[in-house]
Write a protein that binds this ligand. Structure first.
Ligand SMILES: *Cc1c(COP(=O)(O)O)cnc(C)c1O
Length: 414
């Protein structure tokens, strides 16, 4: 891996003690930084061990419970003995039909449940394995910066080269596809997009998705849209599927996850839908790697979609919206410049007093006992930014705001 490809967050590489040097992990492991949230958890734990009450606004993991009707469906599914055996590798036909029916209802997108849907053990698993299935040495993979780290780390592991697309505030955190050289498009195998976006909270207008589809059709690039936050939006905004764009299925796949919309991060269930060649390659790759999603979890996932998911999303979004407004107000009073996102449960804002991301994250942990993610962990372009996840109760968020305000006002004036 070239120097300019080194992880922007400059985490230390794993070092192994000398006494175990007879056991050496594969060379490719040297390209993997420690997973960010493991590091943040470790830091927060060391504060807690000092007896501090730490508020964790770091990892994007919903604090709200999985809805009861889904838990009931899971409980019933657990008692059906047939579910205790190996699942269907690609997802049961009931599961795939339920996903297709949901895409019809939610996005007005018609999918063939046999060829255009595959079940996943969470989107993260599918994202990683789709990269392995589609890209290798000599291939470029277009990856946004900042972004969910998996797109880039798995590209590097698979021996392909990530090509950075900066997401700049001036362009609404959309990549400038027109600025990517023709020679790059010609070598590219995949283009990764994620709107509503983690970490910036940005959304993409359909016109941008249409431009991406158009360019991917021109250059035979697989457009991979990670739609993990499709259902988390506010103020009347409704996020689209990339497959709504005419002609998209010729070049695009989309990842849809139960994790964030149904508070099911621990359950590990998602689906990849769209382009049948990519779906088939992913399914083949997976059949050699894992044995599918626990069938009881698939049954619960079907129940989630067939219950009244819109009511679930509405209740959930009302909670996040209140939290969002509380934090944006409070942090603005502390003279931080915090834009109001219309989707996702993230706030993305510039660090105070020209601190680096790492300095600011350390500052808020030590002076406010609050975990805030350094933007630099999502790529070079995230340097100078911070991300907050709205995943604590209103009371806890209020306390976090008070502490952050106090910590900032104790700093000498800039
Ligand atoms: C949370 C998240 C995921 C992970 O989803 P799982 O289905 O739980 O693996 C994928 N992509 C983005 C951008 C996320 O924020």
């Amino acid at each position: 891996m070239g120097r300019q490809d080194a992880p922007a967050n400059a985490h230390e590489k794993i070092t192994y003690s000398e006494e175990v040097e007879i056991i050496v992990p594969a060379a490719r492991m040297a390209d993997l930084p420690p997973y960010l949230f493991l590091e943040l958890d470790r830091l927060a734990d060391s504060r807690r061990q000092l007896g501090r009450d730490v508020i964790n606004l770091g990892v994007g993991d919903p604090d709200l419970p999985t809805p009861d009707y889904i838990i009931r469906a899971m409980t019933e599914a657990l008692h059906r003995q047939i579910n205790h055996r190996y699942p269907n590798y690609l997802g049961s036909s009931d599961f795939r039909r339920a996903v297709a029916a949901w895409y019809q209802k939610r996005f007005d997108v018609t999918l063939d449940s046999v060829d255009e849907v595959v079940g996943l053990i969470g989107s993260k698993e599918g994202i990683a394995h789709l990269i392995w299935a589609m890209a290798g040495p000599g291939d470029l993979v277009l990856v946004p910066d900042p972004a969910y780290p998996v797109y880039r780390t798995q590209t590097v592991l698979a021996g392909a080269m990530p090509y950075r697309m900066p997401l700049l505030p001036g362009l609404g955190f959309l990549p400038d596809l027109g600025a990517i050289p023709e020679s790059v498009w010609r070598k590219a195998k995949m283009l990764w997009l994620n709107y509503p976006n983690n970490p910036t909270g940005a959304t993409a207008p359909s016109s941008f998705l249409a431009e991406a589809v158009e360019r991917c059709r021109t250059y035979d690039v697989l457009l991979c849209h990670d739609n993990a936050y499709a259902e988390m939006s506010f103020d009347g905004y409704r996020a689209p599927s990339v497959l709504e764009i005419p002609g998209a299925r010729d070049v695009a796949v989309e990842f849809y996850s139960w994790s964030k919309p149904f508070n099911m991060t621990g359950w590990r269930v998602a689906a990849a839908v769209g382009n049948s060649i990519a779906i088939k390659a992913l399914g083949l790759m997976k059949s050699h790697l894992d044995s599918g999603v626990f069938t009881a979890v698939q049954e619960a996932a079907i129940a989630a979609l067939e219950g009244n998911p819109e009511a679930v999303f509405e209740r959930m979004n009302a909670v996040y919206r209140t939290r969002r407004d509380l934090l944006v107000d409070g942090l603005t009073k502390a003279e931080l410049v915090v834009p109001t996102p219309k989707a996702t449960f993230y706030l993305w804002f510039a660090t105070p007093r020209a601190m680096t991301s790492a300095e600011a994250s350390k500052f808020f942990l030590e002076e406010a006992d609050t975990v805030v993610t350094p933007g630099s962990a999502y790529g070079e372009q995230g340097e100078g930014w911070l991300r907050i996840a709205l995943t604590e109760s209103e009371d806890r968020l209020r306390l976090a705001v008070e502490r952050m305000q106090a910590a900032l006002s104790a700093l000498p004036r800039a």
